[in-house]
Design a protein around this ligand. Structure first.
Ligand code: HAM
Length: 423
């Protein structure tokens, strides 16, 4: 094999690709019902958008971006996430000057140069939603609920919602300073990389999953004890609305996210069956992001859910989302004249909303019936020369094995009727 897919990437192939599409559509279905409109941005942007939007001290920007110079000498980056691009697109086109909130959803590949492992890829697929223009706590609750419903509607029962507020420009700097002071008191017991992180991005140290680091953090100050009155009131209101909606969550005061733009509400959705890469989704409020990238003040909140990890979660729970039938009727022509009739019949069935296929190549009856079985169809129509001369086709129920002749003129309508399509 001369070429294979690049490290950390994969191909989505039929028939499993049907699960992929079903999951992608199901994850955004609740948002579409809540008035979120589809938005698409380019797969690459000016590098500065992510440096300033996502944050220069994050792992995503310092280590994981696919950055390249194009032939015009511009520095471009394959998008590592969607939020900065959405804010750029919304403000570039002035959507925030219309009805607020601006509610959008998106789906597509993201790119991060990470160490590949189960559930972690270099090109991966997210669906996301963003609601921009208001800092209404009810909107935070709506956004969180949409993610919870998305997983529940897929049939997942083991997704846990972790919730936190990480404060804002008024209260977080003082908290981070206190945290840094605390971390310095234990830094002799930390490895050099972590010691450096204490100075550069203290909050990220809280996110370190290693038990030996977590042990040192037992007495670390918590952001939720240092929220300013505005943030406290906002967080209380968000939790009140979530309670009204019957959403269950776990307070997680050490939850910090890997992107710098978050303010106030932050959350993650985790699945216990996934091992180290347990986050099936995450998000939060990002009220300063628009200004950080040179735009107007524009509060916002949103999430992104990972499709690959959702598929792994479905596997772990043994749940399969419903997918449309690949083939409901398989037509088997025996001879050249029958081939013409078979192609017309399949075309007619497809026009009636029935998934239909036929045996191509000149296989005999046995090979063609094997193909019919493999197609997953519920019915086969066998067209032989003698049938054609009599103006009929043999309609075979592939479940019961029963077969009877039906006039060719009526066969499309009869099958559509049996399958609930348009007669
Ligand atoms: P994120 O937490 O970086 O947030 O990514 C969201 C989800 O994408 C993760 O929970 C995970 O399921 C999936 N994901 C991330 N990296 C990988 C990877 N390397 N391989 C496979 N799946 C991955 C964001 O991207 C924010 N833009 C979310 C957001 C939207 N915040 C506000 N609005």
């Amino acid at each position: 094999m001369p070429f294979t897919a690049p490290k950390g990437t994969y191909d989505v192939l039929p028939p499993d690709s049907a699960w992929f599409l079903a999951v992608r559509d199901a994850l955004v279905a609740p948002a579409r019902r809540a008035g979120y409109g589809y938005l698409e941005t380019p797969a690459f942007e000016e590098t500065g958008l992510f440096e300033r939007g996502v944050g220069e001290s994050t792992d995503v920007v310092t280590k994981e971006m696919y950055t390249f110079a194009d032939k015009g000498g511009r520095s471009l980056t394959l998008r590592p996430e969607g939020t900065a691009s959405v804010v750029r697109a919304v403000t570039e086109h002035g959507l925030e000057r219309g009805q607020l909130p601006v509610k959008v959803f998106y789906a597509g590949p993201m790119f991060r140069y990470e160490r590949p492992q189960s559930g972690r890829f270099r090109q991966f697929q997210q669906v996301g939603v963003e609601a921009l223009g208001l800092d209404d706590p009810a909107l935070d609750a709506e956004i969180v609920a949409l993610a919870v419903h998305a997983f529940a509607e897929l049939g997942l029962t083991e997704v846990r919602l972790l919730l936190n507020s990480i404060g804002d420009g008024a209260c977080r700097p003082a908290y981070v300073e206190q945290l840094r002071q605390f971390l310095r008191t234990v830094s002799a017991e930390l490895d050099p990389d972590t010691r450096q992180r204490v100075e550069l991005n203290s909050l990220r140290v809280l996110d370190d999953k290693r038990p030996e680091v977590q042990e040192r953090l037992a007495d670390a100050p918590l952001i939720t004890d240092h929220l300013c009155p505005g943030c406290q009131e906002h967080y209380d209101a968000v939790r009140g609305h979530l309670g009204d909606l019957g959403i269950v969550w776990t307070e997680t005061p050490r939850l910090v996210r890997g992107l710098d733009y978050y303010r106030r509400t932050t959350f993650e959705l985790q699945h216990a069956g996934l091992g180290a890469q347990s986050a099936v989704g995450g998000g939060g409020r990002y009220d300063g992001l628009s200004e950080d990238i040179g735009g107007p003040p524009l509060p916002g909140i949103g999430w992104a859910l990972g499709i690959e990890r959702t598929l792994l979660a479905l596997d772990a729970e043994g749940v399969r989302p419903a997918v449309p039938a690949r083939c409901q009727v398989f037509v088997v022509p025996l001879g050249a004249e029958a081939k013409r009739a078979a192609l017309r019949l399949a075309d007619d069935l497809r026009g009636r909303g029935v998934a239909a296929d036929l045996a191509y190549g000149n296989r005999g009856l046995k090979g063609a019936m094997k193909a019919a079985d493999r197609s997953g169809a519920s019915y086969a129509v066998v067209l032989g020369d003698r049938d054609l001369a009599a103006g009929v086709g043999q309609l075979k129920d592939l479940t019961s094995g029963k077969q009877h002749a039906v006039a060719l003129a009526d066969i499309g309508a009869e099958i559509a009727c049996r399958l609930g399509g348009q007669p």
